[in-house]
Design a protein around this ligand. Structure first.
Ligand code: NAI
Ligand code: MG
Length: 348
């Protein structure tokens, strides 16, 4: 039987851009290569039924070979939706349940894409790097609480969790990726101040690095890393970092390489014990939803990451090449489906 892809379009522009990603997957692999199964989840589902992610749906998703995700979220200022309910109840729930310990976020500056980077910066070399962000630990795992809530003595804690097991597996993944790229890994942390977690990350990084003598290594404090992302991004190949630093660095990375319409990501379980989930970095963009003006490129590049993960690197490379050609030949405004059609034509 062909592999099953669970498709969660979600809200706003999510279903619009996901439809184009499915179109390109069909074009590059053939109509019968995958069975697509749609799931109705997100803010609209919650408003209708009060359900975010029923356990029965999670169990079904676990049977899929991979998940293609659009975006979820109501319009900002929609007070009927309690804050964080979809982030914690849907996106983070899937990430933790499926042990997505690698949050992969590639950044590439395509020719002709407007960038805030200075000419003196872009002329230093190709900007083409991936951030391997740890996805299951750090400050995002909900380890904390509130004491004396609502009083002037309130104490709120979020304690960062870093385990030897969790750090080692993500650092190892970064080195493996570097062997298939330009052979360089940069560790980003803040070990001069966050000494406990920092020592663990440093020690594990050095131990794993010793097994990859051909891979060049580098270390940057996170604050310095933000400077170099703006002044010398060509120095990066693979960046490995914790959950919070990775979240912030990758938004900056997207901003300097042409913005949110191009930024793709994968929530990956490299052991393949659970399905991995691929999604554009952007949200549901309620301001432009339903108008067919969203750029589906980030969703299509996320589908390329999916193909790579499912052992189809040749098809993944064809999608990436088609996107590159499409970006380089852009003139004027096109509808969402026209961008998808153009890329689908180039891959088929
Ligand atoms: P957003 O990413 O949805 O939109 C930010 C800005 O970028 C908007 O002006 C939007 O029109 C534009 N934009 C986003 N994607 C675009 C695309 N493909 N093509 C062209 N323009 C695009 O972020 P925002 O406005 O902060 O959040 C909107 C909703 O999305 C919220 O409910 C938020 O919680 C949710 N969200 C969901 C995410 C997810 O599902 N993983 C991630 C980020 C936000
Ligand atoms: Mg973010």
């Amino acid at each position: 039987a062909s592999p099953t892809l669970a498709v969660i379009g979600g809200d706003g522009i999510g279903p619009e851009v996901t439809a184009e990603a499915v179109k390109v997957l069909r074009a590059v692999c053939g109509d019968d290569a995958f069975s697509f199964v749609d799931y109705d989840l997100g803010a609209e589902r919650w408003k209708r039924t009060g359900e975010v992610l029923p356990d029965s749906v999670l169990a079904e998703l676990a049977q899929a070979d991979a998940v293609l995700f659009g975006a979820v979220g109501a319009a900002p200022g929609d007070k009927s939706m309690p804050s964080g309910i979809l982030e914690r109840g849907l996106i983070l729930k899937i990430r933790f349940a499926f042990d997505h310990y690698v949050n992969l976020r590639p950044s590439r500056l395509y020719a002709g894409v407007p960038t805030p980077l200075a000419e003196s910066v872009t002329s230093r070399g190709e900007v083409d790097f991936v951030v391997v962000r740890e996805g299951t630990e750090g400050l995002y795992c909900g380890n904390g609480g509130v004491v004396r809530p609502g009083t002037v003595h309130e104490i709120a804690t979020e304690v960062s969790v870093n385990t030897a097991h969790g750090v080692e597996r993500v650092v190892r993944d970064a080195f493996e990726r570097a062997t298939r790229r330009r052979q360089k890994v940069t560790l980003v942390h803040k070990h001069n101040v966050l000494v406990n977690a920092g020592q663990l990350w440093n020690r594990v990084f050095e131990q794993v690095a010793a097994e990859y003598p051909q891979v060049q290594t580098d270390y940057l404090h996170v604050d310095a890393a933000t400077i170099f992302l703006a002044t010398d991004p060509a120095r990066f190949d693979v960046v490995v970092t914790d959950n919070l630093f990775g979240d912030i660095l990758t938004d900056l990375a997207a901003a300097v390489t042409g913005g949110i319409g191009l930024a793709a990501s994968g929530n990956i379980n490299p052991t393949r014990e659970y399905p991995s989930m691929f999604e554009p970095v952007h949200g549901s963009a309620p301001d432009i939803a339903g108008q067919q003006v969203a750029d589906p490129t980030a969703a299509i590049l996320s589908a390329a990451l999916l193909l790579d993960h499912l052992g189809r690197p040749e098809e993944a490379a064809r999608v990436t090449a088609a996107v590159t050609e499409d970006i380089e030949s852009r003139t004027g405004q096109r509808r969402t489906s026209e961008v998808g059609d153009a890329i689908a034509t180039r891959v088929s």
